[in-house]
Design a protein around this ligand. Structure first.
Ligand SMILES: NC(=O)c1ccc[n+]([C@@H]2O[C@H](COP(=O)([O-])OP(=O)(O)OC[C@H]3O[C@@H](n4cnc5c(N)ncnc54)[C@H](O)[C@@H]3O)[C@@H](O)[C@H]2O)c1
Length: 322
């Protein structure tokens, strides 16, 4: 593939529309040629905006394009990723790779039997300039051995499909992928709890223990109300490194001093998505998939399954090392 990659996007909700626009406007090596959504009107609107064709079914779309972005809801990911692999189409699948670890393992196995890497998972924090700088500082030894990490992950309002288990397997999965990448270390055990015992168990707090002995706190609060807020601080033996609020605007007015908070993930991680998509397309033009792999998606799903077990039982759950 050396010409422009002809991409199809499945799911034209918040994430799919953002990906389709980013690809069409910011990734010169790509052309969005087809979009599909369960809601035909939504697909038609995005297709008209981007000069693409709406596809009647996902299968039609997969057949008509060089590569696929899956941004439909979580329960569709495994089946759509397997269909892309069967058709030998590279696919950028939004997280999570599947609803559970068994589903993610089936995707890994299908890709292996196809004989070439086709799957990238949408763990976009690995492309966020601030997270990349944080990782370089940590792995470069700037603050010595990492001892403690504090992560905060808040949404203004939950997606209508949010569930207690989904807070781990859909939201916290970002941290479950990011922490091993950030520290160059694996997660050895997880404990998840919530101050709410009835209804949706939100917020949740997890304690992750790494193989090398670092302790990581993760607060995920999907109904935080005030905005989308992702924070991370690494406490090392010789100092700390923390993300500062990016894309901020400070206002002093009406007797107050305020820093604006991003409304949602599209605003906060705009650069990350852009770089993720550009790097995915560059890789495809070289005939490679060089981002987070299906195996990374599987590894995160295994930790998430342990986290869900802990949320239900209250127990500290040991994570199998893959
Ligand atoms: N990486 C990230 O930062 C990030 C952020 C948000 C969402 N996501 C992921 O992206 C996916 C979509 O999330 P969203 O926030 O855009 O949700 P959304 O509800 O805004 O959009 C989902 C879209 O998929 C469509 N859809 C439903 N079933 C379908 C099917 N079977 N085939 C085709 N289309 C179908 C819906 O009509 C809707 O337009 C989820 O898996 C979510 O976990 C990732």
């Amino acid at each position: 593939m050396t010409d422009r990659i002809r991409v199809g996007v499945i799911g034209t909700g918040a994430m799919g529309t953002s990906h389709a626009r980013m690809l069409a406007r910011w990734v010169p090596g790509a052309q969005v040629v087809s979009v599909h959504d369960f809601d035909a009107g939504s697909a038609q609107r995005v297709a008209a905006e981007l000069d693409a064709e709406p596809a009647g079914t996902a299968a039609e779309l997969i057949e008509a394009v060089d590569a696929v972005v899956i941004a439909a809801p979580d329960p569709t990911h495994e089946e759509l990723a397997l269909a892309c692999i069967a058709a030998d189409r590279p696919v950028l699948c939004e997280k999570p790779l599947a609803l559970d670890a068994e589903g993610a393992a089936r995707v890994v196995a299908a890709e292996a039997s196809q004989g070439r890497a086709l799957v990238q998972v949408g763990f976009m924090r690995r492309y966020d300039p601030a997270f990349v700088a944080l990782r370089q500082g940590v792995l470069g030894g700037q603050v010595g051995r990492p001892l403690v990490v504090h992560c905060v992950h808040r949404n203004a309002a939950a997606h209508p499909s949010a569930t207690s288990d989904g807070i781990v397997s859909n939201s916290m999965i970002h941290e479950l992928d990011c922490i091993p990448w950030l520290l160059g270390d694996a997660i050895a055990a997880i404990t998840v709890t919530s101050p709410r015992v009835e209804g949706i168990r939100d917020p949740q707090v997890a304690l992750l223990e790494t193989v090398r002995g670092a302790l990581v706190t993760v607060e995920v609060f999907v109904n935080a109300g005030y905005g989308y807020d992702v924070r991370c601080e690494v406490v090392g033996a010789a100092g700390t490194l923390r993300l500062t609020p990016p894309y901020g605007l400070a206002a002093r007015a009406h007797g107050g001093d305020q820093v604006q908070v991003a409304a949602d993930f599209v605003a906060r991680f705009a650069d990350a998505y852009r770089i993720e998509l550009a790097s995915w397309v560059d890789g495809l033009r070289r005939g490679e998939v060089d981002g987070p792999t299906a195996h990374d998606g599987y590894r995160a799903a295994v930790v998430a399954a342990c986290g869900v077990e802990s949320l239900h039982t209250g127990a500290r759950v040991q994570v199998p090392q893959l």
